[in-house]
Design a protein around this ligand. Structure first.
Ligand code: UD1
Ligand code: UDP
Length: 376
C-alpha cells in the first residue's frame, strides 16, 4: 500500500511530522511525502528538526502572493505528482490552502483522502478565514476523518459523516510537542539574554488574515501592558507575512521591553513557551500546545474552533479590542489565584499517541499485511 502525505506550511509540517515518521518506519507500507512549499523558511526549519526529507519539494511560495494565486499553483503542481505516484490513500492535515487543494486534487483522481485534525469548526465561514471553509470542504472530500476530540467527531456527525469513518486519535501536535521537549536544549544567545533579566515574559504571536485590520488594537494593548508593568516583557516572533510586518513596525517595534524577533525554530519556540508566564495568540496550534505546558492562553480572536480549551478553562477568548486584551491580561498578571486556576488545567487535546493510532487505523482499514520475513 502506498500512502501519500501532503503538507506545505509550518503548522502542517509540525503536526504531520509524527505521522510521516510512523509511516516511514513501518516496512509494510510505502510512504511518499510531498511538500508544496506554501511556506519556505518557516517550514524548512521544521523539516530539519524532525529530519523529514520530502520526496517532492514544490516551490510554491512567492512573497505576498494572494490566496487565489496560491490555490491555482498548488493545484497545477500537485495534480501531476498524484497522477504519477497513484497512491492508495492521500493524507492531508488541518485547514490551509495546501490542505484543501491536496484533498481536492486527490478527489479529482478518485483517490481516497484521510483528513488529520478533522472536525474542527467555528461554523462561521468568515472566521478563521479562509480556514473554516477549507476544513468544511475537506470534511466533504475526505473518506477518513482523524478527529482529535469527541467534540470534533460530533461536529462531523452533525454534517452527516458516518461514524464508522471517524476515528478519535487526539491531536498529533501533542506527539510532536512531547518528542521535542524530550530532547536536550540550549537557548541561543539572544534568547538567553532575554530570559536573564528576571521579568515575567508574555509570548505573543499574530497572523490571522481576518485579524489583519485589527492588529493595531492588539499591539496597543501590549504597549499599555509593558508601560504599566515594569516587571513584564513581551517576546514577539513575527510571522513572515509582509502585511503583518508592516503593522508591527508601525506600532510596537521600538517599544521598550517588547522583543520583536524573527520566527523561532520550533524547538526554541516550545522552550520559550515553557519559560513564559502567559501566551497571547491568534494561532491554532499554540492553543493546543500551551495548555500542554501549563500556560494560560488569551486567544486574540473572536471565535475558536477549540472550545474544549475554553470549557476546560485553559483558553480565554479575548477578541482583538485593546481594552479587553489589556483587562484580561492585567487580571492574570495581578491576580495569582486567577492565574493558577488557568495554569493548573490539564491538556484536553491529546496524549501523544495520535500518529500511532492513525497508522493502526490505516493498516486495519486497508488490510495491510507485514512484508515477508517481518514479524508484527
Ligand atoms: C498560512 C495558512 C494559515 C496557517 C498559516 C500558518 C492559508 C490560506 N493560510 O497562512 O491557515 O494558519 O499559514 O502560519 O493557507 N512567508 C515567508 N516565508 C515563509 C512563510 C510565509 O516569507 O516561510 C510570507 C510570504 O510572503 C507569503 C506570506 O508570508 O506570501 C503569507 O503566507 P501564506 O502561506 O499565504 O499565508 P499565511 O498567513 O502564512
Ligand atoms: N511556532 C514556531 N515558531 C514561531 C511561532 C510558532 O515554531 O515563531 C509553532 C508553534 O509552536 C505551533 C505552530 O508553529 O506549533 C503554529 O503555527 P502558526 O501559528 O503559524 O499556524 P496555526 O497553528 O495558526 O495554523
Amino acid at each position: 500500500m502506498k500512502v501519500m502525505t501532503i503538507f506545505g506550511t509550518r503548522p502542517e509540517g509540525i503536526k504531520m511530522a509524527p505521522v510521516v515518521q510512523a509511516l516511514q518506519l513501518d516496512e509494510s507500507l510505502e510512504s511518499v511525502c510531498v511538500n508544496t512549499g506554501q511556506h519556505k523558511e518557516m517550514l524548512d526549519q521544521v523539516l530539519d528538526l524532525f529530519e523529514l526529507v520530502p520526496d517532492y519539494n514544490l516551490e510554491i511560495m512567492k512573497a505576498g502572493q494572494t490566496v487565489e494565486e496560491l490555490t491555482a499553483r498548488v493545484l497545477a503542481e500537485l495534480s501531476p505528482i498524484i497522477s504519477r505516484e497513484q497512491p492508495d490513500l492521500v493524507l492531508v492535515h488541518g485547514d490551509t490552502t495546501t490542505t484543501f487543494i491536496g484533498a481536492y486534487a486527490a478527489f479529482l483522481q478518485q483517490i481516497p483522502v484521510g483528513h488529520v485534525e478533522a472536525g474542527l469548526r467555528t461554523n462561521n465561514i468568515h472566521s478563521p478565514f479562509p480556514e473554516e471553509m477549507n476544513r468544511q470542504m475537506v470534511g466533504r472530500l475526505a473518506t477518513y476523518h482523524f478527529a482529535a476530540t469527541k467534540k470534533n467527531k460530533m461536529n462531523l456527525i452533525l454534517e452527516n459523516v458516518e461514524a464508522c469513518r471517524i476515528t478519535i486519535t487526539g491531536n498529533t501536535v501533542i506527539d510532536a510537542l512531547l518528542q521535542i521537549t524530550e530532547k536536550p536544549h540550549d537557548f541561543p544567545e539572544n534568547l538567553k539574554q532575554i530570559f536573564q533579566n528576571g521579568k515575567r515574559t508574555i509570548l505573543m504571536t499574530t497572523h490571522r488574515r481576518e485579524n489583519l485590520e485589527e492588529l493595531q488594537h492588539v499591539y496597543r494593548a501590549v504597549n499599555r501592558l509593558v508601560r504599566e508593568n515594569e516587571d513584564v516583557q513581551f517576546v514577539f516572533p513575527v510571522h513572515k507575512n509582509p502585511i503583518i510586518r508592516q503593522k508591527v513596525l508601525k506600532e510596537i517595534e521600538d517599544t521598550e521591553n517588547v522583543h520583536v524577533i524573527e520566527p523561532l525554530d520550533y524547538q526554541d519556540f516550545v522552550h520559550v513557551m515553557k519559560e513564559s508566564h502567559i501566551v497571547i495568540t491568534d494561532s491554532g496550534g499554540i492553543q493546543e500546545e500551551a495548555p500542554g505546558l501549563g500556560k494560560p492562553v488569551l486567544v486574540a480572536r473572536n471565535t475558536t474552533e477549540r472550545p474544549e480549551g475554553v470549557e476546560a478553562g485553559t483558553l480565554k477568548l479575548v477578541g482583538t479590542s485593546e481594552g479587553k486584551i489589556y483587562k484580561e491580561c492585567q487580571e492574570l498578571l495581578s491576580d495569582e489565584a486567577a492565574y493558577q486556576k488557568m495554569a493548573a488545567i490539564s491538556n484536553p487535546f491529546g496524549t501523544g499517541d495520535a500518529a500511532e493510532q492513525i497508522l493502526n487505523f490505516i493498516k486495519e482499514e486497508f488490510k495491510v499485511k507485514a512484508p515477508s520475513g517481518v514479524r508484527v
